[in-house]
Write a protein that binds this ligand. Structure first.
Ligand code: HEC
Ligand code: HEC
Ligand code: HEC
Ligand code: HEC
Length: 265
C-alpha cells in the first residue's frame, strides 16, 4: 500500500518535532560591560537572552534594557541589587561563604574545612538559579520559586526546596533560607502579619510595577524606599491592596517607623 502521508509532509512534521525538543532559542546578550570588576554574569546573561514572548519581561527582571545596543541597565532589575554584588568582600569570599553569597558557584559547600577561594572573574552573586529552578526541565518544576541546595546538580529537581507561591509563610521561608538575621517590623500588626505569612518579604522588597500579558512584573532590585510608592501600595494582580491612596512622599517620611532593629529569625 502506498504511504498515505506524502514525503514532504513527513519531513515538515519531523522538523517541527525536532524543533520542539530543542531548548528555547537564545540570543547572545553580553553583560560584561554592565558587570562590576571580578563578576561574570553567565546565568543572568542566559536568562536575559532567552528568546520568545517573555524575552523583554525576563530581561527587565534581570535588570537589562534590550532596546539599547549594547544593552543598558534597567535599575528596577536584579543587576541593580545587592544580590548581584554579594561577593565583593575580598579574599574572604570562599566556597563556604558561597552557600549564601553565591549558591551556584562551583564547589559551594557547607563544610567549612573544604572552603577554598573562588577565582576572581567568575563571580556570579546570588543569581537567578538560587531562587528559580531555571535549569530544571519545565515539566519537572513544582514551582517557579525555590531554594537551590548549593554544590549540587542544578538540573536535578531533587536538589531544590520548592516554595508554594500561594502560601506567604512558604515564600518568607525562601528568603530566610539565607537571611537568618535581619530587621523586625515596628508596627505590631505588621509584625504579626509577617509571622502569619499574610505579609511577605516580597510585598515590600519586590513590589509589582506592571502587569504584562498576565505576568506580574516585580522589582528585582529588592529595594523598598527607592521603589515607592509601589512598595507600600500592595499587589498588582493580588487581592491585597495596602495603602493605595497615599503618595510616595508620605511613605518616605514614615518608613523608619516601619522597619525595626535587627533580630534573629
Ligand atoms: C541564596 C541566599 C539568599 C536568598 C535566598 C535571599 N537572599 Fe537576600 N541576600 C543574600 C546575601 C548573601 C546578601 C548580602 C550581600 C552582601 O551584602 O554582599 C543579601 C542581601 C539582601 C538585601 C540587601 C541588604 C542590604 O544590606 O542592603 C535585601 C534587601 C535582601 N537580600 C532581601 C531578600 C529577600 C526579600 C529575599 C527573598 C525573596 C532574599 N533576600 C533571598 C542572600 C540571599
Ligand atoms: C547562612 C548564610 C550566609 C553565610 C554562610 C555567609 N553569609 Fe554573609 N551575609 C548573609 C546575608 C543574608 C547577608 C545580608 C545581611 C543583611 O544585610 O541583613 C550577609 C552579609 C554579609 C556581609 C555584609 C555585612 C555588612 O555589614 O554589610 C559580609 C561582609 C559578609 N556577609 C561576609 C561573609 C563571609 C566572608 C562569609 C563566609 C566566611 C559569609 N558572609 C557567609 C548570609 C550569609
Ligand atoms: C533572591 C531571590 C530571587 C532572585 C535572585 C531572582 N528572583 Fe526572580 N523572582 C523571585 C520571586 C520571589 C518572584 C515572585 C514570584 C511570585 O510572584 O510568586 C520572582 C519572579 C520572577 C519572574 C516572574 C515570574 C512569573 O511569571 O510570575 C521572573 C520572570 C523572574 N523572577 C526572573 C528572574 C531572573 C531572570 C533572575 C536573575 C537575573 C531572577 N529572577 C532572580 C525571586 C528571585
Ligand atoms: C513592611 C515592609 C517590609 C517587610 C514586610 C520586610 N521588609 Fe525588609 N526592609 C524594609 C525597609 C523599609 C528596609 C530599608 C531599606 C530600603 O528602604 O530598601 C528594609 C531593609 C531590609 C534589609 C537590609 C538590612 C537591614 O536590616 O536594614 C534586609 C536584609 C531585609 N530588609 C530583609 C527582609 C526580609 C528577609 C523580609 C521578610 C522576612 C523583610 N525584609 C520584610 C521593609 C520591609
Amino acid at each position: 500500500m502506498k504511504n498515505p502521508i506524502p514525503a514532504f509532509v513527513m519531513y515538515v512534521l519531523i522538523c517541527a518535532a525536532l524543533a520542539a525538543l530543542q531548548a528555547p532559542e537564545r540570543m547572545d546578550v553580553s553583560l560584561d560591560h554592565l558587570a562590576p570588576e571580578n563578576y561574570a554574569y553567565r546565568e543572568a546573561e542566559r536568562c536575559a537572552g532567552c528568546k520568545g514572548d517573555q524575552n523583554a519581561f525576563m530581561a527587565r527582571a534581570a535588570g537589562v534594557d534590550l532596546s539599547h545596543k549594547p544593552p543598558a541597565l534597567d535599575s528596577r532589575g536584579w543587576l541593580a541589587s545587592v544580590h548581584a554584588r554579594s561577593q565583593s568582600h575580598g579574599e574572604r569570599v570562599n566556597t563556604s561563604c558561597a552557600v549564601c553569597h553565591a549558591p551556584l558557584a562551583e564547589g559551594a559547600t557547607r563544610d567549612e574545612d573544604k572552603a577554598r577561594p573562588i577565582p576572581k572573574g567568575t563571580w556570579q552573586g546570588v543569581t537567578c538559579g538560587a531562587c528559580h529552578p531555571g535549569s530544571v526541565e519545565q515539566s519537572r518544576r513544582k514551582s517557579l520559586v525555590a531554594n537551590y541546595e548549593p554544590g549540587t546538580d542544578p538540573t536535578n529537581p531533587d536538589n531544590y526546596i520548592f516554595r508554594d507561591r500561594t502560601d506567604g509563610k512558604s515564600m518568607n521561608t525562601q528568603c530566610r533560607f539565607c537571611h537568618h538575621e535581619s530587621h523586625d517590623l515596628l508596627i505590631e500588626e505588621k509584625a504579626e502579619m509577617l509571622a502569619a505569612g499574610d505579609l511577605r518579604c516580597i510585598d515590600c522588597h519586590m513590589s509589582a510595577y506592571a502587569l504584562t500579558d498576565g505576568h506580574v512584573e516585580r522589582f528585582h532590585n529588592f529595594r523598598v524606599e527607592e521603589n515607592l510608592p509601589h512598595s507600600c501600595s500592595g499587589g498588582l494582580g493580588r487581592s491585597m491592596s495596602c495603602h493605595d491612596q497615599t503618595g510616595a512622599e508620605w511613605f518616605s517620611r514614615n518608613l523608619e517607623r516601619v522597619k525595626g532593629p535587627r533580630k534573629e529569625w
